[in-house]
Design a protein around this ligand. Structure first.
Ligand code: 5GP
Ligand code: MG
Length: 187
């Protein structure tokens, strides 16, 4: 039988920035650190949809302590080319978080607007503490005074995709973090 060649998303990747093996190792280290820090605290892990979904799922698997989980989704209003810094919660958590310790899980910390606003929102809802766990940190573009508590990797100021992160809702299903070929944006 003739074998059909599948046109995969890999062809659009210029280079692999963080391999599947490095991601797995680092996520295991963060999971162990959070497990040690929150052992007796019954934390609620809150994932910021949609970019964090893959990191979130892998992190849960390597953090074997009593905990709960929930999700929210947020978007920022843009005025022209720059982010206005105003963030809207499109979909909120269902859990009652009064008195709970929260581990807020996000794919990437860039300007800081999203996590600054979302962590404020969770504190307003009565959270006892909010710790920030990000897979990637891009400190070059920070606008808000915000420091993550757990960081997977610090990355340079380049647009990255894969392992949950998208470009035009594509490439989230790549198992690694990569940089797109410039012609993908220029299309
Ligand atoms: P912030 O509010 O910190 O500026 O933005 C965080 C959000 O911007 C992330 O959740 C992500 O959706 C998006 N973002 C920032 N940098 C990148 C990037 O390099 N690649 C992708 N795919 N999204 C990014
Ligand atoms: Mg996001």
């Amino acid at each position: 039988m003739e074998e059909k060649t599948i046109n995969t998303i890999e062809k659009d990747i210029l280079k692999v920035l963080i391999s599947e093996r490095r991601l797995k190792k680092r996520v295991r280290e963060i999971g162990a650190q959070i497990a040690a820090d929150f052992e007796e605290k019954d934390p609620l892990f809150v994932g910021v949809l949609r970019g964090s979904f893959m990191f979130f799922a892998d992190l849960m698997r390597v953090c074997p302590i009593p905990c709960g989980l929930d999700f929210l989704s947020a978007s920022s209003y843009n005025s022209g080319t720059s982010s206005s810094g105003v963030v809207k919660i499109d979909y909120d958590i269902k859990a009652d978080i009064r008195g709970r310790h929260i581990v807020l899980v996000e794919d990437i910390l860039d300007s800081g607007n999203t996590l600054y606003n979302v962590s404020g929102h969770l504190k307003d809802r009565g959270a006892k503490s909010v710790k920030l766990c990000v897979l990637l940190d891009k400190p070059a573009r920070r606008e808000k005074p915000i420091k993550p508590d757990y960081v997977g990797f610090t990355v340079p100021d380049a647009f990255v995709v894969g392992y949950g992160l998208d470009y035009a809702d594509r490439y989230r299903n790549l198992p690694y973090i990569g940089v797109l070929k410039p012609e993908v944006y220029e299309q």
